[in-house]
Design a protein around this ligand. Structure first.
Ligand code: SF4
Ligand code: SF4
Ligand code: SF4
Length: 262
């Protein structure tokens, strides 16, 4: 049982943004049918995409984006001291997502590509997920998060429950939908090792899973690697598939023994 967010009045919620596209914040603003009711239950005190007011007093911190600057680490440690609960939003914050792609390249080269001769004014560090710097209570997964997932997690936290986190792989949801498997359509799909919860969104629309929700519990990495190799993929291509969203922990663990979200 998770402790409810304790506050004398409505719990105060602050939403912080690190390196991201702000798409997960927009998903919250897309909760148009629920926002009026939600604001009866919580008070947003910082939410850059939605309001100009700011406050350094909050019970729940929502964090979108990856750590890419030393100042981000200081900011996170301050947030952790202030907030009773820290919840990440989206793949950039966990397992690192798109900002982590730069880690596979020379940092100076990447800096010059983006900022040209002004790169020296924008020092960056290796892109990291939030939980590489501070303890995190929950991850809301996906790129972007799904608004229903956000409402489900927030509702559970408000009544002191730990929202259930699927432990199985996307393939389970995909097979229940009776989709034609991406492998049978000549594609490579990371559904066998990716955490469920999205309803197999991408394969259901004729695409494949790119692994945006991170790894499921006990992913059968060995079988997945054999399967990909059978499909004519090289080790580098396989790591590139993993690395789109899971690069940070995959690189650290020397394979796909990455951490799983809880
Ligand atoms: S997880 Fe995806 S949608 Fe959310 S901020 Fe990152 S890139 Fe944007
Ligand atoms: S399409 Fe992907 S998620 Fe669906 S069953 Fe095939 S491998 Fe699994
Ligand atoms: S199918 Fe895969 S890439 Fe698509 S939303 Fe689900 S976890 Fe993310």
């Amino acid at each position: 049982m998770t402790e409810p967010i304790r506050s004398p009045e409505r719990p105060r919620v602050a939403l912080f943004e690190l390196a991201s596209c702000a798409g997960c914040q927009l998903q919250i603003l897309n909760c148009e049918d629920e926002l009026v009711d939600l604001l009866q239950l919580v008070e947003f005190v910082y939410f850059k995409e939605a309001m100009t007011e700011t406050s350094d007093h909050y019970d729940l911190a929502l964090i979108e984006g990856s750590v890419t600057r030393e100042s981000d680490e200081e900011k996170l440690r301050h947030i952790r001291e202030k907030a009773a609960l820290v919840v990440t939003l989206g793949s950039c914050a966990y397992p690192v997502g798109v900002p982590g792609l730069k880690n596979a390249h020379d940092p100076d080269e990447v800096g010059s590509l983006v900022y040209g001769e002004d790169a020296g004014f924008f020092p960056t560090i290796e892109a990291k997920p939030v939980d590489a710097v501070i303890p995190v209570d929950l991850h809301i997964l996906g790129c972007p998060i799904h608004k229903d997932d956000f409402m489900r997690v927030l509702t559970a936290l408000l009544i002191g429950k730990h929202p259930p986190v699927p432990t199985h792989a996307v393939c389970v949801e995909c097979r229940l939908k009776e989709n034609v498997c991406a492998f049978d359509r000549g594609l490579v799909c990371l559904g066998p090792i990716t955490r469920a919860g999205c309803g197999a969104l991408c394969p259901s629309y004729g695409s494949r899973c790119f692994g945006c929700r991170g790894l499921c519990d006990d992913p059968n990495v060995a079988s997945m690697e054999v399967l990909l190799e059978e499909k004519g993929k090289t080790a580098e291509e396989i790591m590139a598939e993993y690395g789109l969203y899971n690069g940070y922990y995959a690189r650290r663990d020397g394979g796909l023994k990455a951490k799983v979200a809880r």
